[in-house]
Design a protein around this ligand. Structure first.
Ligand SMILES: [Zn+2]
Length: 258
Protein backbone atom coordinates (compact mmCIF):
# COMPACT_ATOMS: atom_id res chain seq x y z
CA UNK A 1 0.00 0.00 0.00
CA UNK A 2 1.20 3.49 -0.80
CA UNK A 3 -0.04 6.65 0.84
CA UNK A 4 -1.11 9.44 -1.46
CA UNK A 5 -1.38 12.65 0.51
CA UNK A 6 -3.08 15.54 -1.19
CA UNK A 7 -4.94 18.55 0.13
CA UNK A 8 -8.66 18.28 0.63
CA UNK A 9 -10.93 15.40 -0.19
CA UNK A 10 -8.47 13.33 -2.27
CA UNK A 11 -6.27 12.11 0.57
CA UNK A 12 -6.24 8.34 0.59
CA UNK A 13 -4.49 5.09 -0.20
CA UNK A 14 -3.65 3.30 -3.38
CA UNK A 15 -2.63 -0.31 -3.82
CA UNK A 16 0.44 -1.07 -5.95
CA UNK A 17 0.06 -4.57 -7.45
CA UNK A 18 3.16 -6.75 -7.35
CA UNK A 19 2.75 -8.44 -10.74
CA UNK A 20 1.09 -6.82 -13.75
CA UNK A 21 0.65 -8.14 -17.29
CA UNK A 22 0.51 -5.54 -20.08
CA UNK A 23 -1.11 -6.96 -23.22
CA UNK A 24 -0.02 -4.79 -26.14
CA UNK A 25 3.17 -2.74 -26.14
CA UNK A 26 2.04 0.08 -28.39
CA UNK A 27 0.41 3.46 -27.92
CA UNK A 28 -1.26 2.48 -24.64
CA UNK A 29 1.11 -0.18 -23.35
CA UNK A 30 4.23 1.99 -23.56
CA UNK A 31 2.99 4.83 -21.31
CA UNK A 32 1.14 2.39 -19.05
CA UNK A 33 4.25 0.26 -18.45
CA UNK A 34 6.36 3.36 -17.77
CA UNK A 35 3.86 4.70 -15.23
CA UNK A 36 3.51 1.29 -13.54
CA UNK A 37 7.29 0.88 -13.22
CA UNK A 38 7.55 4.38 -11.76
CA UNK A 39 4.78 3.53 -9.29
CA UNK A 40 6.82 0.64 -7.92
CA UNK A 41 5.26 -2.43 -9.52
CA UNK A 42 7.71 -5.27 -8.92
CA UNK A 43 7.16 -7.34 -12.05
CA UNK A 44 5.83 -6.60 -15.53
CA UNK A 45 5.03 -9.14 -18.22
CA UNK A 46 4.84 -7.67 -21.72
CA UNK A 47 2.81 -9.51 -24.36
CA UNK A 48 2.77 -8.51 -28.04
CA UNK A 49 3.31 -10.51 -31.25
CA UNK A 50 4.16 -7.48 -33.42
CA UNK A 51 7.37 -5.87 -34.56
CA UNK A 52 8.14 -2.15 -34.47
CA UNK A 53 7.02 -0.29 -37.58
CA UNK A 54 8.10 3.21 -38.55
CA UNK A 55 4.45 4.32 -38.41
CA UNK A 56 4.37 3.45 -34.68
CA UNK A 57 7.14 5.77 -33.59
CA UNK A 58 5.14 8.96 -33.05
CA UNK A 59 3.02 7.44 -30.26
CA UNK A 60 4.97 4.47 -28.86
CA UNK A 61 7.61 5.95 -26.59
CA UNK A 62 9.75 2.84 -26.01
CA UNK A 63 10.36 2.31 -29.73
CA UNK A 64 13.00 4.37 -31.53
CA UNK A 65 13.98 4.53 -35.22
CA UNK A 66 16.78 2.00 -34.69
CA UNK A 67 14.21 -0.48 -33.28
CA UNK A 68 12.21 -0.76 -36.51
CA UNK A 69 11.85 -4.46 -37.30
CA UNK A 70 12.52 -5.65 -33.73
CA UNK A 71 9.90 -7.40 -31.64
CA UNK A 72 8.04 -4.77 -29.63
CA UNK A 73 8.44 -6.72 -26.39
CA UNK A 74 12.24 -6.79 -26.86
CA UNK A 75 12.42 -3.11 -27.74
CA UNK A 76 10.31 -2.08 -24.75
CA UNK A 77 11.99 -4.57 -22.41
CA UNK A 78 15.44 -3.19 -23.22
CA UNK A 79 14.38 0.38 -22.32
CA UNK A 80 12.56 -0.71 -19.16
CA UNK A 81 15.59 -2.71 -17.95
CA UNK A 82 17.88 0.26 -18.51
CA UNK A 83 15.62 2.67 -16.64
CA UNK A 84 14.42 0.30 -13.88
CA UNK A 85 17.21 -2.23 -13.16
CA UNK A 86 15.38 -3.85 -10.24
CA UNK A 87 12.13 -4.37 -12.13
CA UNK A 88 11.27 -8.00 -12.86
CA UNK A 89 10.43 -8.48 -16.54
CA UNK A 90 9.03 -11.29 -18.66
CA UNK A 91 8.71 -10.89 -22.44
CA UNK A 92 6.17 -12.90 -24.39
CA UNK A 93 6.29 -12.28 -28.15
CA UNK A 94 3.03 -14.01 -28.91
CA UNK A 95 -0.66 -13.48 -29.46
CA UNK A 96 -3.26 -13.78 -26.72
CA UNK A 97 -5.91 -16.35 -27.52
CA UNK A 98 -8.44 -18.56 -25.79
CA UNK A 99 -5.78 -21.18 -25.01
CA UNK A 100 -3.47 -18.91 -23.02
CA UNK A 101 -5.50 -15.95 -21.78
CA UNK A 102 -6.60 -17.45 -18.47
CA UNK A 103 -2.99 -18.24 -17.50
CA UNK A 104 -2.12 -14.56 -17.93
CA UNK A 105 -4.68 -13.63 -15.29
CA UNK A 106 -3.76 -16.48 -12.96
CA UNK A 107 -0.06 -15.54 -13.07
CA UNK A 108 -0.61 -11.84 -12.33
CA UNK A 109 -2.45 -9.60 -9.90
CA UNK A 110 -3.87 -7.50 -12.70
CA UNK A 111 -3.93 -7.25 -16.52
CA UNK A 112 -3.79 -4.10 -18.65
CA UNK A 113 -5.73 -4.23 -21.93
CA UNK A 114 -3.54 -2.18 -24.26
CA UNK A 115 -4.54 -4.13 -27.34
CA UNK A 116 -5.62 -3.05 -30.80
CA UNK A 117 -8.52 -5.33 -31.55
CA UNK A 118 -12.16 -5.37 -30.58
CA UNK A 119 -12.37 -9.17 -30.36
CA UNK A 120 -9.33 -9.55 -28.12
CA UNK A 121 -10.73 -6.90 -25.78
CA UNK A 122 -13.83 -9.02 -25.23
CA UNK A 123 -11.68 -12.13 -24.81
CA UNK A 124 -9.69 -10.36 -22.09
CA UNK A 125 -12.87 -9.13 -20.39
CA UNK A 126 -14.43 -12.60 -20.42
CA UNK A 127 -11.22 -14.10 -19.01
CA UNK A 128 -11.13 -11.46 -16.25
CA UNK A 129 -14.65 -12.50 -15.22
CA UNK A 130 -13.71 -16.20 -15.22
CA UNK A 131 -10.41 -15.71 -13.39
CA UNK A 132 -11.85 -13.13 -10.99
CA UNK A 133 -8.86 -10.85 -11.50
CA UNK A 134 -8.93 -7.12 -12.35
CA UNK A 135 -8.58 -5.91 -15.94
CA UNK A 136 -7.96 -2.30 -16.95
CA UNK A 137 -9.71 -1.68 -20.25
CA UNK A 138 -8.52 1.16 -22.47
CA UNK A 139 -9.24 2.39 -25.97
CA UNK A 140 -8.50 5.36 -28.22
CA UNK A 141 -9.99 6.40 -31.53
CA UNK A 142 -9.24 9.74 -33.16
CA UNK A 143 -9.71 12.26 -30.33
CA UNK A 144 -11.69 10.06 -27.95
CA UNK A 145 -10.25 7.94 -25.18
CA UNK A 146 -11.98 5.43 -22.89
CA UNK A 147 -10.83 3.56 -19.81
CA UNK A 148 -12.55 1.42 -17.18
CA UNK A 149 -11.51 -0.93 -14.41
CA UNK A 150 -13.20 -4.34 -14.67
CA UNK A 151 -12.96 -6.13 -11.36
CA UNK A 152 -14.57 -9.15 -9.70
CA UNK A 153 -18.28 -8.66 -8.98
CA UNK A 154 -18.30 -5.46 -11.03
CA UNK A 155 -19.52 -4.77 -14.58
CA UNK A 156 -17.51 -6.12 -17.51
CA UNK A 157 -17.07 -5.00 -21.11
CA UNK A 158 -20.19 -6.92 -22.17
CA UNK A 159 -22.21 -4.87 -19.69
CA UNK A 160 -21.23 -1.88 -21.85
CA UNK A 161 -21.41 -3.52 -25.29
CA UNK A 162 -23.59 -6.59 -25.56
CA UNK A 163 -21.47 -8.00 -28.40
CA UNK A 164 -18.29 -6.72 -30.03
CA UNK A 165 -18.96 -3.83 -32.45
CA UNK A 166 -18.29 -4.90 -36.03
CA UNK A 167 -18.01 -1.58 -37.85
CA UNK A 168 -15.26 0.11 -35.88
CA UNK A 169 -12.69 1.64 -38.26
CA UNK A 170 -9.08 0.67 -37.89
CA UNK A 171 -6.60 3.10 -36.37
CA UNK A 172 -4.97 3.37 -39.80
CA UNK A 173 -8.35 4.39 -41.29
CA UNK A 174 -9.44 6.74 -38.53
CA UNK A 175 -6.15 7.97 -37.12
CA UNK A 176 -4.99 8.17 -33.53
CA UNK A 177 -3.59 11.24 -31.81
CA UNK A 178 -0.41 10.16 -30.06
CA UNK A 179 -1.02 12.44 -27.09
CA UNK A 180 -4.46 10.83 -26.55
CA UNK A 181 -2.86 7.39 -26.40
CA UNK A 182 -0.36 8.72 -23.85
CA UNK A 183 -3.20 10.15 -21.74
CA UNK A 184 -5.25 6.97 -21.77
CA UNK A 185 -2.22 4.73 -21.08
CA UNK A 186 -1.33 6.85 -18.06
CA UNK A 187 -4.98 6.77 -16.94
CA UNK A 188 -4.96 2.96 -17.16
CA UNK A 189 -1.89 2.85 -14.91
CA UNK A 190 -3.70 5.10 -12.42
CA UNK A 191 -6.77 2.85 -12.45
CA UNK A 192 -4.46 -0.12 -11.81
CA UNK A 193 -3.51 1.44 -8.48
CA UNK A 194 -7.01 2.34 -7.36
CA UNK A 195 -9.62 -0.39 -6.83
CA UNK A 196 -13.26 0.59 -7.26
CA UNK A 197 -14.90 1.26 -3.92
CA UNK A 198 -18.47 0.17 -4.63
CA UNK A 199 -19.32 -3.46 -5.32
CA UNK A 200 -21.20 -3.98 -8.59
CA UNK A 201 -20.29 -0.55 -9.97
CA UNK A 202 -17.52 0.83 -12.14
CA UNK A 203 -16.73 4.15 -13.75
CA UNK A 204 -16.17 4.53 -17.47
CA UNK A 205 -13.77 7.43 -18.00
CA UNK A 206 -14.29 9.29 -21.27
CA UNK A 207 -11.73 11.81 -22.47
CA UNK A 208 -12.49 14.19 -25.35
CA UNK A 209 -9.20 15.34 -26.78
CA UNK A 210 -10.84 18.00 -28.93
CA UNK A 211 -12.77 19.92 -26.27
CA UNK A 212 -10.48 18.67 -23.48
CA UNK A 213 -13.59 17.70 -21.53
CA UNK A 214 -13.49 14.63 -19.32
CA UNK A 215 -16.51 12.84 -17.93
CA UNK A 216 -17.19 9.69 -15.96
CA UNK A 217 -20.15 7.42 -16.58
CA UNK A 218 -21.34 5.11 -13.85
CA UNK A 219 -21.67 1.56 -15.15
CA UNK A 220 -23.77 -1.03 -13.40
CA UNK A 221 -23.43 -4.77 -13.69
CA UNK A 222 -26.21 -6.12 -15.89
CA UNK A 223 -28.08 -9.10 -14.51
CA UNK A 224 -28.55 -10.45 -18.05
CA UNK A 225 -24.92 -9.95 -19.10
CA UNK A 226 -23.67 -12.98 -21.06
CA UNK A 227 -20.38 -12.93 -19.19
CA UNK A 228 -20.91 -11.69 -15.65
CA UNK A 229 -24.71 -11.84 -15.26
CA UNK A 230 -26.64 -14.16 -13.01
CA UNK A 231 -26.10 -17.76 -14.08
CA UNK A 232 -23.83 -16.73 -16.95
CA UNK A 233 -21.17 -19.17 -18.11
CA UNK A 234 -18.86 -17.32 -20.51
CA UNK A 235 -16.99 -19.38 -23.08
CA UNK A 236 -13.61 -18.12 -24.22
CA UNK A 237 -13.48 -17.92 -28.01
CA UNK A 238 -10.73 -17.06 -30.44
CA UNK A 239 -10.95 -14.10 -32.76
CA UNK A 240 -12.07 -15.88 -35.92
CA UNK A 241 -14.89 -17.65 -34.10
CA UNK A 242 -15.91 -14.56 -32.16
CA UNK A 243 -16.07 -12.52 -35.38
CA UNK A 244 -19.19 -14.48 -36.26
CA UNK A 245 -21.09 -12.66 -33.50
CA UNK A 246 -24.43 -11.08 -34.45
CA UNK A 247 -24.66 -7.37 -35.20
CA UNK A 248 -24.10 -5.36 -32.01
CA UNK A 249 -26.69 -3.15 -30.41
CA UNK A 250 -24.07 -0.48 -29.85
CA UNK A 251 -21.34 0.74 -32.16
CA UNK A 252 -19.47 3.06 -29.80
CA UNK A 253 -15.72 2.78 -30.39
CA UNK A 254 -13.75 0.51 -28.13
CA UNK A 255 -10.62 0.27 -30.25
CA UNK A 256 -7.24 1.18 -28.84
CA UNK A 257 -4.14 2.63 -30.37
CA UNK A 258 -1.82 -0.04 -31.76
ZN1 LIG B 1 -20.89 -8.08 -17.72
Amino acid sequence: MLAIVAPGEHEGWVHVPARVCVVGVGGLGCPASLALARAGVGHLTLVDPDRVDVSNLHRQLWHHPQDVGRLKVESAGQKLRAQFPSLGLALRPGRVDASNVLALFEDHDLVIDATDGVQVKFLLSDAAVLARRPLIYGGVLRFEGLAMRVQPDGPCLRCLFETPPVDVPTCAQAGVLGSMAALVGALQATLALRPEQEKGLAWLHVLDGWTLAARTVRVRRRKDCAACGEGANPVLRDEAEAAACPTPTSTSPVRSAP
